[in-house]
Write a protein that binds this ligand. Structure first.
Ligand code: NAD
Length: 475
């Protein structure tokens, strides 16, 4: 069985206290690796290495830093198959999805920030004959990056790429449920020529090593992606030391279908936005709001598409959905389906665990719920969607905004003015109109309300990972 190690100061090392946790493969339900359950002692080693590396990395020419990150992007591409296999075994997602989306996007994250840092510029204001102000943006120092299990390497790299590009040293922790691709990354960082100590990767539990990274007085900024409840703890802890903090948290995203939409396309894409990655994407639309006049038509088409979905072995290219990430998560998803029945819902499709080894759940469609019931208010983060009716644009906006979350929203309409009007009225960090999950890395990304604070993406991320200083010169 593979024993994962921490990556500290350019070396793979065992956890100092020798503690390990089992890592289970969701597709089989069997343990397939062991990972360090790191402690404060391991963190101190990582911090020590990062402190030594910081003067080297932060003063390296931008061109050289950029080349190293480009090389890392190349190496991920070269090792695509290994990464995709690990990601699929670790997470339960279909191998084809890891190959087509997760790993290429992780490589693109490094490539994007390798280029962005070369093009990054700061501002200057000239008051003619009186003064000049310019802004200096310097790396912060050592930053902590903590990521979840649903898109393991993709979300991990989306944090560490801008942090590194800006000249920071990083202490990063992937989810303990999906550690394998982060484990592979260390070797490639060395191959790319990254100096030891610049990137340090610690494995273990959130409450242990995750919390320790956030608490450590030497981590000057924390970039966290995960659940809203954890984000609250991370935010509160980081603010005690006035650290910069970015929180990308949960969602309960509305997918609004207006009567004037292209019904075929709306139904087809809605199946994707509901069930891709087993519904375990923070941007999946889990509340489908349908204009009353086309409710039955949409429902028929949507269910037709749902019936085509195959849930199966992640290694099988025919599987549309693989396994859920863990037994605990599967039980949580199932408990919400039971709750929906108690709340008066009717299951139109799916609704139960698939009885085989591993953690497989049927894509599930529920209707007939009150739009304010718990099933419609709380994040399930699995292959479960509800169908809900609305009568008017105002009502659709009200329902869309009725949860504590504000991460993403999808609109289906052919009315351009309505597309703008509703986009501006919905409290959501990202709005997709007649599409879903299309990504341009230059745009800011992040949630409103309890879906988070701060923005990732583009120059926002480079700014986040820097300290701004204004220099004012009297002329
Ligand atoms: P989680 O909050 O349980 O864990 C996320 C990470 O935080 C893990 O690495 C975990 O070990 C660590 N952690 C846990 N407790 C910690 C603590 N006290 N201090 C520091 N770190 C701690 O989330 P999860 O179950 O891994 O992921 C699912 C959640 O992530 C969902 O709510 C989903 O919506 C959200 N998510 C959000 C985005 C986004 O961009 N907004 C993207 C993906 C996932």
């Amino acid at each position: 069985m593979q024993k994962v190690k921490n990556f500290i100061n350019g070396n793979y090392v065992d956890p100092i206290k020798g503690k390990y946790i089992d890592n289970v493969e969701p597709g089989t339900g069997k343990v397939f690796s062991q990972i360090p359950n790191s402690t404060q002692e391991d963190l101190e080693e990582a911090i020590k290495a990062a402190k030594i590396a910081f003067p080297v990395w932060s003063t390296m020419s931008v061109d050289k830093r950029s080349r190293i990150l480009h090389k890392l992007a190349d190496l991920i591409e070269t090792n695509l198959d290994d990464f995709a296999l690990m990601e699929s075994r670790d997470n339960g997602k279909p191998l084809w999805l890891a190959k087509a989306v997760d790993i290429p996007r992780a490589s693109t994250n490094f490539r994007f920030y390798a280029s962005a840092i070369v093009n990054f510029s700061t501002e200057a204001q000239v008051s003619e004959g009186f003064m000049v102000n310019y802004t200096r943006r310097a790396p912060i120092g050592i930053v902590g990056c903590i990521s979840p299990w649903n898109l393991p390497l993709y979300l991990f790299s989306w944090k560490i790429a801008p942090a590194l590009a800006m000249g920071n040293c990083v202490v990063a922790k992937p989810s303990e449920l999906t550690p394998m691709t982060a484990f592979l990354l260390g070797r490639l960082a060395n191959e790319a020529g990254m100096p030891p100590g610049v990137l340090n990767i610690l494995h273990g539990e959130g409450k242990g090593i995750g919390q320790a990274i956030v608490e450590h007085k030497s981590t000057k900024a924390i970039s966290f992606t995960g659940g809203t409840a954890t984000g609250k703890i991370v935010g509160a802890t980081a603010s005690q030391q006035f650290k910069k903090v970015s929180l990308e948290l949960g969602g309960k995203n509305p997918n609004i279908i207006f009567a004037d939409c292209d019904l075929d396309e709306a139904a087809k894409t809605s199946v994707k936005s509901s069930f891709t990655n087993q519904g375990e994407i923070c941007l999946c639309g889990s509340r489908i709001l349908i204009e009353d006049s086309i409710y039955e038509k949409f429902k028929t088409k949507f269910l037709e598409e749902c019936r085509k979905l195959i849930v199966g072995d992640p290694m099988d290219t025919n599987s549309n959905l693989g396994a859920l990430v863990s037994e605990e998560h599967l039980n949580k998803v199932d408990s919400y389906v039971r709750l929906a029945l108690e709340e008066g819902g009717t299951i139109l499709h799916g609704g139960k665990r698939i009885e085989k080894e591993g953690y497989y759940y049927e894509p599930t469609v529920i209707e007939g719920l009150d739009e304010h019931c718990r099933t419609n208010m709380e994040e399930i983060f699995g292959p479960v969607v509800t169908l809900n009716r609305f009568q008017s644009e105002e009502e659709a906006i009200d329902i869309a905004n009725s949860t504590r979350y504000g991460l993403s929203c999808t609109l289906w309409t052919s009315d351009l003015k309505r597309a703008h009007r509703v986009s501006h009225a919905v409290q959501s960090g990202i709005i997709w109109v007649n599409c879903w999950l299309i990504r341009d890395l230059r745009t800011p990304f992040g949630g409103m309300k309890d879906s988070g604070i701060g923005r990732e993406g583009g120059n926002e991320a480079l700014r986040f990972f820097s300290e701004a200083q204004n220099v004012c010169i009297k002329l």
